[in-house]
Design a protein around this ligand. Structure first.
Ligand code: GLC
Length: 664
């Protein structure tokens, strides 16, 4: 029966039952009409272990141990759309196997402040890159009969007081920066579900926000899917009814009969039958979702769990998502029989089971120490706890190599849901420990595992620094292969690494508070702010080194009927294969005031064999050049001379040209 016919058969009570949860992660079935329960599951890094029916308590079942995939900042650091789609496909296959219909991912909120507690779960400070990573990820999930649920709509860029903080932001920053990823999810990936954010915008909760949901998401963007609340993010029955909330999830008011969209909504509509069409629209969206997922059909795909293929995806994403920030003629390690000291708080720390809702009961987890032990079978691997500084210095002096594994972790107050970081300092005594090993052994490699930026006061002493987020179950093996040179690192930063928190636009311009937060950095988020104010970050957006080098030559740009065509040539001048992510940035005509000097508008990751040259062609659609006009309240194009830059990062742009572009 099609969903319109089903809708006509449903009683009002049954319709209301389809508008709220029956337990922590599912919606009640309507057996009378063959409507199955809709089942959701976290999260971005893998399918979460089964929780008790209606409480935050994992069941600890062996059969729930899932493929622990790299967090989104690692996936994004690959700048590889194919890998994003593959990660989405793994999530879908494991969701199907576990009987889940909706994966509550990807999280795509902009990494606006280095202090954000959930930065590790997101993609970038740049909206273009956020969209470019999210779209293939969503397609990878949804091409396999599972719904993606892009989150958190919108402006959920901090964790402290996330449930009540009100965000004030200009219209142009809202549209150019914070909504761009959601627009792409709807328009380019036809995302099946969107999850509302906990915070407020215009002093109205985002889970039932008239402007964001009805006017923008469902109006301007034409979203036809299911808009659900974040867990316990629903605050008001009337607002939920009128302002576009289709499904209330996670409310904790005792029985789910007490949910805002349960008995209270039933009573409201019973006494005002003219409100029924509002309920019908919500139910129609859910029934359309059931159809889309082939729920109840023999055609629906079956899924798979913890396959070697899934584990290989985890490895490949980690290998391409690790970023080499520095390498002063030190890596790779050529002597595989060396005495290697492995130390630091993250050397053998399991990260899979932390961070909040994205936690995973991992099938296994290869830590840096385990990976080095796996890949250096003929070396002498010594592991010591780094806290004993005296012992650390003695051991570091004796070893041929030191691998210091530090960074952050998923403890509350670091890279974890519900609370932001207090500062950008490394936890515990790491700065002293790192300085100690750096001064004790010139062959020291520092590995930073961080979901957000940290200050690195010892950076000038370090010859080799690797940077990554929480890189999943195969992290240690991928890391060791990079140390060995078996893998040529190709990761690039998706957010700026500041020297100090004070340098960051969100700090300099102001707008980080827990009550009413005014985004005074406006559109100058991340590198946009650094470039505009000529401030040098520690490491810039888009930065990442290889073993070897790449030449950029011969940029030619022209306007065609659909946009801008840019071609250039890359040459691998090194002795190893290289995967280079060439980035293209565009600066608007100088007569337009108050614009960033340049913004990312295209990129391509290219495999180059030693000595190989390749011509790269990028196309930028005209609408990518539109900017939001606050007065007109719309996007528009401005004729004039545009600057076009191409290079290996936002600050390494060897090619540039001026192109006069006119509207067609
Ligand atoms: C959490 C998170 C959301 C998650 C949901 C279910 O509070 O904000 O990302 O999917 O609840 O666990």
């Amino acid at each position: 029966m099609n969903h319109e016919a089903l809708l006509a058969e449903l009683t009002l009570e049954e319709k209301i039952d389809l508008c709220h949860a029956q337990d922590k992660f599912s919606v009640a079935p309507i057996p009378r009409l063959g409507i199955e329960s809709l089942v959701t599951s976290d999260g971005p890094n893998g399918i979460r272990e089964e929780q008790a029916a209606d409480e935050w308590r994992g069941l600890g079942r062996e059969e729930d141990k899932a493929t622990y995939l790299p967090a989104e900042t690692v996936l994004a650091a690959t700048w590889n759309a194919e890998l994003c789609k593959l990660q989405g496909q793994v999530l879908a296959e494991e969701a199907l196997y576990r009987g889940k219909d909706v994966v509550l991912a990807p999280g795509i909120n902009i990494i606006r402040t280095p202090l954000g507690g959930r930065n590790f779960e997101y993609i970038s400070e740049d909206p273009y890159l956020t969209a470019a990573i999210a779209v293939p990820y969503i397609l990878g999930i949804q091409e396999n009969d599972v719904a993606a649920c892009v989150k958190h709509y919108a402006l959920n860029n901090q964790e402290t007081n996330r449930g009540e903080v009100n965000i004030e932001v200009s219209r142009r920053a809202l549209y150019e920066i914070y909504l761009k990823g959601f627009k792409a999810a709807v328009k380019d990936a036809d995302v099946a579900c969107v999850m509302g954010a906990y915070n407020c915008y215009r002093n109205q909760h985002c889970c039932h926000n008239q402007h964001l949901v009805n006017d923008v998401l469902k109006g301007e963007l034409g979203f036809q899917g299911v808009f659900m609340s974040d867990w316990a993010g629903t605050k008001d029955t009337r607002e939920a009814l009128y302002n576009g909330l289709d499904l209330e999830m996670g409310s904790e008011r005792g029985s789910h009969r007490n949910d805002h969209m349960a008995d209270a909504l039933l009573e409201l509509v019973r006494s005002n039958p003219n409100l029924t069409p509002l309920v019908d629209d919500k139910v129609r969206r859910s029934l359309r979702l059931h159809d889309r997922l082939h729920k109840g059909s023999a055609l629906r795909k079956k899924g798979s769990f913890n396959t070697p293929e899934h584990q290989h995806v985890a490895y490949t994403v980690a290998a391409e998502g690790i970023i080499m920030l520095k390498n002063d003629d030190l890596l790779p390690i050529k002597d595989s029989t060396a005495h290697i000291l492995v130390t630091g708080p993250n050397a053998d720390l399991h990260q899979s089971n932390g961070g909040g809702s994205s936690a995973i009961a991992a099938f296994y987890e290869i830590t840096p120490l385990k990976g080095i032990q796996n890949r250096f079978p003929n070396a002498t691997i010594e592991y010591i706890d780094s806290q004993d500084i005296i012992q650390l210095e003695i051991s570091a002096r004796k070893a041929d190599w030191v691998i210091y594994c530090g960074g952050l972790n998923h403890d509350l107050g670091f890279d974890c849901e519900n609370e932001d970081k207090a500062n950008m300092k490394l936890p515990s005594n790491q700065d002293l420990e790192i300085s100690t090993v750096l001064s004790s052994n010139p062959n020291t490699v520092v590995l930073m595992t961080c979901g957000s930026p940290v200050e690195m006061p010892w950076i000038s002493q370090a010859r080799a620094v690797l940077w990554t987020g929480y890189a999943g179950m195969e992290f240690g093996n991928a890391l060791a292969d990079i140390l060995l040179g078996v893998v040529n690192p190709s990761g690039k930063l998706t957010y700026t690494l500041p020297r100090h928190l004070e340098d960051h636009p969100s700090t300099r311009y102001g707008g980080y508070s827990f009550e009413n937060n005014i985004y005074k950095d406006d559109i100058f988020v991340g590198y946009r702010g650094y470039d505009r104010d000529h401030i040098d970050p520690l490491f810039c957006f888009g930065h990442g080194l290889h073993y070897g080098s790449v030449d950029y030559q011969a940029l030619v740009c022209q306007q065609d009927e659909a946009g801008i065509q840019a071609t250039f040539r890359l040459t691998n001048t090194g002795s190893q294969p290289i995967k280079e992510t060439a980035q293209l940035y565009i600066g608007h005509p100088g007569y337009i005031a108050d614009r960033p000097p340049r913004e990312l508008k295209a990129f391509s990751k290219v495999l180059l064999l030693p000595g190989e040259s390749k011509e790269v062609s990028l196309h930028i659609p005209m609408e990518e050049l539109d900017i939001y006009d606050e007065r007109e309240g719309c996007f528009r194009f401005y004729d004039g001379d545009y600057q076009i830059f191409v290079g290996a990062s936002s600050r390494d742009l060897p090619l540039s040209t001026i192109l006069n572009i006119a509207s067609r």
